[in-house]
Design a binder for this molecule. Structure first.
Ligand code: BJ8
Length: 424
């Protein structure tokens, strides 16, 4: 890796804490990803991106800023990236998947709060994430209470624009959300100093849709038995999608799909044919929180879809590309995002229907519903998930975990017992 220390220093990173993070990541990556058997060759690009996770891409962001461009961070798949892109900005999904800066985070947050919230506060206060430190502004949302209140605190350290996400999907909620997205467009124009035009918005929609189309193509290929790619690799790709250059990323995913199509024709996969096929659902599994998929896929099963925000919820549903004026396009964008099935909404029947359809279409043997500790919306919704899946005779395992490794053994025991029960 090139020497990026000066760059990190210029961003004000705490180099000592950052070194500790960089000491852990590569060996863990080797164990979890590079040790997998029969990986597609085109994963080389994504391995490279990961090896440069705090290097080359950060340099690209800084070059963009040096040319008067803005970098805007997001914590939720409700943030309409098309609008940021149409104004010449770069949208970065901030990952929040590691227990870092916990001591600092606990100075401003309660101890018993979701690890994802604690993580983003820890990353910021601990100054360990060059993506966070590259952001000129971050976009928050009023999804869950913990996040909503944490953004008030975060605003002391970086400008935060909060989108009011409604909690229901009635016509009046849709009207509120559309007006929020319109206001967001004005905010982004003011922040970047760039006027969004019909052409720039159309172009941004098309490019974001192309990225979604590539990810949908990748996911479609996972319906085959044996699955041509692992969930861990898909999770990695789905998260690189949130920060990589959009066009380059799209081309690389399509190249990977070309290879996977050949694998499917040759019946080559990452497991033996007939391995148990599972759907992973629940709260986001932000990088580098790979514990659960690693346990599942080293227990002989294969995950064939992630019904999560680090998965399908991020890229299913395209924004219609027609539209005669900016207002129509903004409405189309708002409506596409309101279709995301987050447990912060009530009711959230869309998620239940999606799980049943996925299980049927992908011939899944069961669902693992994994929730982060202290996440009330998803922990409470586990009851609905259980009831609906039971009604469709779809086996379910509910897990609750955090970012520590202490429960790995216990999770493995429960996953193995679940696989045995499936009797495959
Ligand atoms: S659209 S899931 S990315 S809000 S896990 S912080 S809900 S207490 S992350 Fe999410 Fe957007 Fe919904 Fe998706 Fe709160 Fe739960 Fe923590 Fe969560």
């Amino acid at each position: 890796m090139a020497d990026y220390r000066k760059m990190w220093e210029s961003l004000g990173l705490n180099l000592e804490a950052h070194d500790q993070l960089m000491d852990i990541l590569p060996p863990t990556y080797g164990t979890v990803f590079l040790n997998q058997e029969n990986r597609p060759e085109a994963m080389e690009y994504f391995d490279f991106v990961f090896s440069e996770v705090h290097g080359q891409r950060i340099q690209e962001l800084l070059d963009h800023k040096a040319a008067d461009g803005k970098v805007i961070g997001a914590f939720c798949v409700y943030v309409p990236e098309e609008i940021i892109r149409a104004a010449g900005g770069i949208c970065i999904g901030l990952c929040s998947g590691a227990d870092i800066g916990t001591a600092q985070a606990e100075k401003v947050l309660p101890r018993n709060i979701c690890p994802l919230i604690k993580s983003f506060m820890g990353f910021k206060l601990g100054k360990v994430c060059p993506y966070f430190e590259s952001c000129d502004m971050v976009v928050g949302e009023t999804t869950c209470d913990g996040k909503k209140k944490a953004f008030e605190i975060l605003n002391d350290y970086v400008p935060v624009h909060v989108l009011e996400t409604p909690h229901m999907k009635r016509e009046k909620d849709k009207a509120l959300w559309r007006s929020e997205v319109r206001d967001f467009l004005t905010e982004v124009e003011g922040y970047t100093g760039n006027k969004i035009t019909l052409d720039s918005l159309r172009q941004a929609i098309k490019e974001s849709n192309d990225k979604r189309r590539a990810l949908l193509r990748l996911n479609e290929l996972r319906r085959y038995d044996p699955a041509p790619i692992s969930s861990k690799d898909c999770l990695l790709i789905e998260q690189i999608a949130m920060y990589d250059d959009v066009s380059r990323f799209t081309a690389q995913v399509n190249a990977l799909c070309d290879e996977l199509e050949k694998r499917v024709q040759e019946s080559r996969g990452v497991t033996e044919p007939g391995a148990p096929r599972l759907i992973l659902s629940g709260t986001p599994m932000a990088l580098p929180n790979w514990k659960v998929p690693h346990v599942i896929e080293t227990s002989g099963a294969v995950i064939v879809a992630e019904e999560m925000c680090t998965g399908l919820r991020y890229f299913e549903n395209l924004v219609p590309e027609e539209g005669e004026n900016i207002e129509q396009l903004v409405e189309a964008i708002a409506d596409r995002y309101l279709d995301i099935n987050c447990a912060c909404f009530t009711p959230n029947e869309g998620r239940m229907k999606k799980l049943v359809t996925l299980a049927e279409e992908l011939k899944a043997d069961g669902v693992i519903n994994c929730t982060l500790a202290f996440c009330d919306p998803y922990l409470v919704e586990a009851n609905r998930v259980e009831k609906v899946l039971k009604g469709h005779h779809i086996p379910l395992l509910n897990l609750e975990t955090d970012y520590g490794q202490e429960d790995s053994g216990q999770i493995k025991t429960r996953v193995e017992a679940f696989l045995e029960m499936l009797d495959k």
